[in-house]
Design a protein around this ligand. Structure first.
Ligand code: THU
Length: 141
């Protein structure tokens, strides 16, 4: 079941992280916030690099923060960026990164600084996906 409730706390955390973005090359500031299985929120911004491919999306950064804090699952996610550039949404690589830790029916909130614009599930963003249960033999995700 998608996690119910207001994503206001996720938005606040993601906006705080976005304030600390290191994105001098693209100028595109992103914040991501993830709720873990204990209800804790982990947030991070995108981190770019002069060697462009070494840059890291906000979602990838936030997954690292969650894992470092001892989290193991993502129950709800939010990504915030400037909606004037188009509806903020996780890139393909980050959809797969989230797939490792998040149920397909869990919610991902797509937000601008003023609030959530649209909420989708991971399964909607990543249909017919490949995930850890293919390799680990799990059945319920
Ligand atoms: N970016 C993210 O942080 N998350 C996404 O899902 C889309 C892209 C970042 C990467 C890069 O720092 C900047 O946005 C422009 O691509």
């Amino acid at each position: 079941m998608p996690t119910a409730g207001s994503p206001d706390d996720l938005l606040a955390a993601a906006l705080g992280a976005r304030e600390r973005t290191y994105s001098p090359y693209s100028g595109y500031a992103v914040g991501a916030a993830l709720r873990d299985e204990l209800g804790r929120i982990h947030a991070a911004p995108n981190v770019e690099n002069a060697a462009y491919p070494q840059g890291q999306c906000a979602e990838a950064s936030a997954i690292g923060v969650l894992i470092a804090a001892g989290g193991r699952r993502v129950t709800e996610a939010l990504v915030v960026a400037d909606p004037a550039a188009g509806l903020p949404s996780p890139c393909g690589g980050c959809r797969q990164r989230l797939r490792e830790f998040m149920p397909l029916d869990a919610s991902i909130h797509l937000a601008g600084p003023a609030g959530v614009i649209r909420t989708v599930t991971l399964g909607e963003l990543l249909p017919l996906s490949f995930g850890p249960e293919f390799l680990l033999g799990r059945t319920s995700r």
